[in-house]
Design a protein around this ligand. Structure first.
Ligand code: SAH
Length: 354
């Protein structure tokens, strides 16, 4: 019999599973909330020993194991390299903000999107994470830090909309009142622009925040650094954003990684302002536009360089002058390789893997 993964189950599914095992369904009400607190069924003293043994045989419940943990001396950011049950590793980062602790989690082992500046995609995609593995990162980090995690961003390794079903299942689980109960408004999902996924998400009626990794103002520039743009160009992507905003009323934020000499000129900024304003502003229903500017993190393999400060300031000023709010992303955990995929690669490199 294939072992079932308990952390991926809704309370209803857990109940049905227990009944299948010949156990009373109400045990689900005991198991689900405790498991979401990081207590494994074999530690649940309110369960009969026989049930704990049986679950041990037929089910998997293990949380991702802390394989490496780095704490920034600058700002307290904690970066985890988590080992999954099959030995694959993913990264999660816990950042402390005034409004609470935010965790950035991974959605896949590796990534197949091929963005030229990104470390996570260098070895391609190994596999999708299950909903339980997505949730496990939040539970394990909460347990390890001993702090409540109040916000989640799906901005770690992987493309969440390329693992749609498991990501959606995870969102519903982490929001469940019997579990961590994290509000959808405290969850952000970042995508490189899978338009079919954005259209599907629009219909789910979940008030999460959508974040679009735009990184370029036109198709030529974008296709050169993000292969996904060859499938869905800037026009198609921004049209999907407008439709999403109109249907859900949820604002979308845009990520723009500044790469020296590639996408960071004043002309690029002018073009970006023009394309955003033309797609997302009209007299009827204007979407407030917010662009996060992120000086690119230099990844050895990519050969890209960070824009200098003056170029970043100038870029932001041009956007602001055109009515677009632009913030320069504060770098957290700069001393611990806290950005995307770098720790996993370093670990894989030292083990001679990948
Ligand atoms: N696949 C999703 C989420 C993961 S990446 C997405 O593309 O949005 C999270 C963010 O980090 C994205 O905006 C991504 O483009 C950005 N990113 C990746 N590599 C980076 C680097 N080297 N420097 C700065 N930002 C990077």
């Amino acid at each position: 019999m294939e072992q079932r993964e308990l952390l991926s189950m809704t309370p209803e599914e857990l109940r049905a599973f227990l009944v299948e095992l010949g156990e009373p369904g109400y045990r689900a009400d005991q198991i689900f909330p405790q498991m979401h607190k990081g207590i494994s069924p074999d530690e649940m003293t309110n369960l009969p020993l026989a049930l704990r043994k049986k679950l041990d045989e037929v089910a998997i419940w293990n949380l991702p194991a802390v394989c490496k943990k780095l704490v920034s001396a600058i700002d307290g950011t904690v970066k985890y390299l988590f080992a999954l049950s099959d030995g694959n590793c993913v990264e999660s980062v816990v950042m402390q903000y005034e409004h609470g602790n935010t965790i950035c989690i991974s959605s896949q082992v590796g990534c197949r999107m091929g963005c030229k500046f990104c470390a996570s995609t260098i070895g391609g995609k190994v596999r999708d994470l299950s909903a339980g593995e997505l949730l496990g990162q939040v539970i394990a980090a909460g347990k390890d830090t001993g702090e409540r995690i109040s916000n989640i961003v799906l901005m770690g390794i992987g493309e969440p909309l390329d693992n749609y079903a498991q990501v959606l299942r995870f969102l519903r689980l982490v929001n469940h009142p019997l579990g961590l109960n994290i509000g959808y408004r405290h969850i952000s999902l970042s995508t490189c622009g899978l338009v079919d996924g954005i259209e599907k998400l629009q219909k789910e009626d979940l008030p999460i925040t959508l974040s679009i990794s735009l990184h370029a103002p036109d198709d030529e520039t974008r296709s050169a650094i993000m292969p996904v743009n060859k499938r869905w160009g800037v026009d198609a992507l921004l049209s999907a954003c407008r439709a999403y905003f109109r249907a859900t009323g949820r604002r979308i934020s845009f990520e723009y990684t500044l790469i020296s000499g590639k996408n960071d000129s004043p002309k690029d900024a002018e073009k970006l302002a023009a394309v955003l304003n033309s797609h997302l502003r009209d007299r009827k229903e204007s979407m407030p536009i917010h662009v996060n500017l992120i000086p690119v993190n230099e990844v050895a393999e990519t050969g890209f360089h960070t824009s200098d400060r003056a170029a970043v300031r100038k870029f932001a000023a041009i956007l602001e002058a055109k009515g677009i709010r632009a913030t320069v992303r504060r770098t957290l955990g700069a001393d611990i390789n806290a950005s995307c995929g770098q720790l996993r690669r370093a670990a894989a490199g030292s083990a001679g893997a990948e």
